[in-house]
Design a protein around this ligand. Structure first.
Ligand code: DGP
Length: 114
């Protein structure tokens, strides 16, 4: 899968169902949803994976989690609960190399994850 896929969504070169955006982050519905609500929260700036995070990204990562919580709340899942996941690398299940936080809600989550 293209490394630049999510940059293309940010640039509106690929359509996406965007649920939230500001100057720093974008959130859109996953094309292959694994739960009734499945949204990806991404930074506008390109960071390849968790392995590439720098201290300058700390605030950005915090904002991504807060945006996930805001979306979960606005979609009615805050009280029932939900899961946020960030995959890293091939064995971690990462297929798009532009960091993204998965927000999954609307069903019971299993543990441990597969
Ligand atoms: P991961 O496997 O953690 O790298 O998650 C990548 C996710 O990106 C996966 O759940 C499917 C989603 N995805 C891939 N291509 C597209 C696309 O073109 N549009 C949207 N909305 N989601 C995509």
């Amino acid at each position: 899968m293209s490394e630049d896929l999510f940059l293309k969504i940010i640039a509106r070169e690929i359509p996406a169902d965007i649920v939230f955006e500001n100057e720093r982050v974008l959130a859109f519905r996953d094309i292959n949803p694994q739960a009734p609500l499945h949204v990806l929260i991404i930074p506008r700036t390109h960071v390849r994976s968790i392995n590439d995070l720098q201290p300058e990204h700390d605030e950005l990562i915090g904002e991504m989690f807060r945006v996930a919580a805001d979306i979960a709340r606005s979609e009615g899942h805050a009280d029932d609960g939900y899961r946020v996941v960030m995959n890293c690398g091939e064995r971690g299940g990462q297929s798009v190399f532009h960091i993204h936080l998965h927000l999954l809600a609307g069903r019971d989550m299993r543990w441990p994850p597969g």
